[in-house]
Design a protein around this ligand. Structure first.
Ligand code: C2E
Ligand code: CA
Ligand code: CA
Ligand code: CA
Length: 279
């Protein structure tokens, strides 16, 4: 037992070292990812159920690592967060997304909003309001065509400071939505006090709505509550027509998911916008 205990320890230790090493080397590579042109943005359409039209697109970052290939955001965003690289990277993402949306509009494509995920450290950076204002000015994108997605983890920070930042962003004319709604510890009271326009219901609540009456009840209740607070609701990660039908029954406003499109490169997204295809 002692022997195996030692072996376990040894194994655990090497794995840990490997992980730490991998993380450090990824962090080092991430430092140069922007200048080396390795970061790119994909876009996923958000469809209004009533009209079937694309109303917005969410920006999803991709890292094309020269050695390891595509590294998913679930891996590199946390590295960017703890190394604080998220501030310059996030700024690049915001700028690139706004510039892209303006280019689509200038090309005569239907006007949609571009949604950009804001991480905690980005949001807490004292310059965030100024950064957003400057990017809107530089790109010429009208503020109502930018939407910022924040998570409930942000809502759980120092509430007064959060409200001040949100009010500053809101004053610029950009839209704000709560992402992954229902997965964190949101207080419904905060929702009432935040200048937000949208809730995005997390995929985990939608996975089972076809089979489970309980899940349907939860989703239905979230939507009723959101509407009574004048918030729009987007369902995330929608994959089947059965889910779409149920979400229509619940009066959900918009859907986003593989049922319509996966996240796609900007050129493909432009084609989708140009098609003006109704879902
Ligand atoms: P998120 O903001 O909740 O984004 C939605 C995720 O769900 C995306 O994963 C998207 O590809 C995936 N998804 C969309 N529809 C479906 C579906 O029908 N089925 C399934 N199975 N998945 C679907 P992705 O692109 O891997 O991004 C993961 C997370 O990484 C995002 O979750 C977000 O938290 C973070 N992230 C991505 N891009 C950025 C960024 O530019 N900045 C920041 N701060 N975070 C980002
Ligand atoms: Ca999001
Ligand atoms: Ca989400
Ligand atoms: Ca409706």
């Amino acid at each position: 037992a002692k022997e195996s205990g030692r072996n376990n320890y040894k194994f655990y230790n090497t794995t840990m070292e490997k992980n730490t090493y991998a993380k450090l080397s990824l962090e080092r590579d991430l430092r140069h990812a922007i200048e080396r042109d390795e970061l790119l943005l994909y876009y996923q359409p958000q469809i209004e159920l009533d009209s079937g039209c694309i109303l917005g697109v969410e920006t999803l970052a991709r890292w094309k690592h020269p050695k390891h290939g595509f590294i998913p955001p679930s891996e590199f965003i946390p590295i960017a967060e703890y190394s604080r690289l998220i501030v310059p990277i996030g700024k690049w993402i915001l700028y690139t997304a706004c510039k892209q949306n303006k280019a689509w509009q200038d090309a005569g494509l239907p006007k949609v909003h571009v949604a950009v995920n804001l991480s905690l450290h980005q949001f807490q950076n004292s310059e965030i309001i100024q950064t957003v204002a400057q990017i809107l000015e530089e790109t010429g994108l009208e503020p109502q065509y930018l939407e910022l997605e924040i998570t409930e983890s942000i809502a759980m920070q120092d509430v007064e400071k959060v409200i001040l930042t949100l009010q500053g962003l809101y004053a610029l004319g950009v839209k704000i939505s709560i992402d992954d709604f229902g997965t964190g510890y949101s207080s419904l009271n905060y929702l009432k006090n935040f200048p937000i326009q949208r809730l995005k219901i997390d995929k985990s609540f939608l996975d089972d709505i076809v089979r489970s009456e309980k899940e349907r009840a939860i989703v239905g209740a979230i939507i009723v509550m959101a509407h009574s607070l004048n918030l729009r609701v987007t369902a995330e990660g929608v994959e089947s027509m059965e889910q779409v039908a149920l979400l229509q029954d619940c009066n959900c406003d918009e859907i986003q998911g593989y049922i319509y499109s996966r996240p796609i490169p900007s050129s493909e997204c432009a084609e989708l916008l140009a098609e003006r295809r109704v879902f």
